[in-house]
Write a protein that binds this ligand. Structure first.
Ligand code: GRG
Length: 281
């Protein structure tokens, strides 16, 4: 299938929702609103919203059904990037080739913009999707990004020392960071898209597992592309590039087999997973 054509058809929908829900820069406090928009426009790959829309389609619903969770996960992703770039965390001056939010707007505004993006994510999900489905997707999202998920993974990532190749506990510790910091949000993107698309509990669970597998594989692929970054929590120095590529491919194959039974309508979901794991940039 033509993934680029599929994306070209659906990405404008997510851009439009994000633009509609983000406060305009000419409304006060305009520095806060400017900072929130700075990280969202222009955006990155929009992988998480695309996965949410593809999961809705895989269960037979139109991509639009997934827009509330698609927007919510992109807003959370944006918040995590703004906070991750702060001097007290990764201390990065550049993101996607542009100055980071704290460089342009100052640290305090960057912290607050991240906070506001996180709140906005829940506001959009809970006000724009069917109430019962949104409540469940919202609970999953909150769990995925809190102490047991994204934030906990970030804490352990910041504390990670240099991994020791002879120590298997290090391998498990790194995989646990990947699962929480990266895969948890990817998993709720896929599961939430299926949920808003009307899937039952068993299918939502399968989609969540698919998301966890491709999420870990995506992080391994990211570490292979960026071998100097995040050394302490990367599998690359621990296992070597070849073994990492093999592990990512094995996780991808397991994930793809898991959604085999959804047939042709899950092809965009499978193609996005292949892209996420095999991308070259
Ligand atoms: C600060 C609470 C908090 C969490 C930070 C997401 C994160 C956790 C840190 C960002 C840095 C990083 C390497 C995260 C791992 C996940 C990942 C590969 C993020 C980049 O996601 P892409 O490639 O980004 O989807 P784009 O730019 O395409 O949106």
């Amino acid at each position: 299938m033509d993934l680029q054509a599929w994306l070209a058809d659906r990405t404008p929908m997510i851009e439009a929702v994000l633009d509609r829900v983000l406060p305009p820069i000419d409304r006060a406090p305009s520095s806060l609103h400017g900072a929130m928009r700075h990280i969202l426009f222009p955006g990155g790959k929009r992988l998480r919203p695309a996965l949410a829309m593809a999961a809705a389609e895989a269960v037979g619903a139109p991509a639009q059904t997934a827009l509330p969770i698609a927007a919510a996960v992109e807003l959370v992703h944006a918040y995590s990037l703004v906070h991750d770039d702060l001097p007290c965390m990764d201390d990065d001056d550049l993101r996607r080739g542009r100055p980071t939010v704290h460089v342009v707007y100052g640290e305090a505004t960057a912290v607050l913009a991240g906070d506001a993006l996180q709140s906005l994510a829940f506001a959009v999900l809970l006000s724009e999707a069917d109430a019962a489905l949104a409540a469940r997707a919202g609970a999953d999202l909150a769990k995925a990004i809190g102490a047991a998920g994204l934030v906990g993974g970030q804490v352990d990532d910041l504390a990670a020392g240099t991994a020791d190749a002879s120590n298997s506990a290090d391998l498990d510790a790194i995989l646990s960071i990947h699962e929480r910091k990266t895969a948890a949000l990817i998993s709720v993107s896929v599961a939430g898209g299926a949920r808003l698309g009307g899937a039952g509990a068993a299918v939502v669970d399968q989609m969540a597992q698919f998301g966890r597998e491709i999420g870990v594989a995506f992080q391994i692929a990211d570490d292979l592309l960026d071998a100097d970054e995040h050394e302490g929590s990367s599998l690359v120095p621990l296992l070597g590039a070849e073994a990492c590529r093999f592990r990512a491919e094995t996780l991808l194959a397991t994930a793809l087999a898991r959604v085999e039974r959804f047939g042709d309508r899950a092809e965009p979901l499978r193609e996005l997973a292949r892209f996420a794991v095999r991308r070259s940039g």
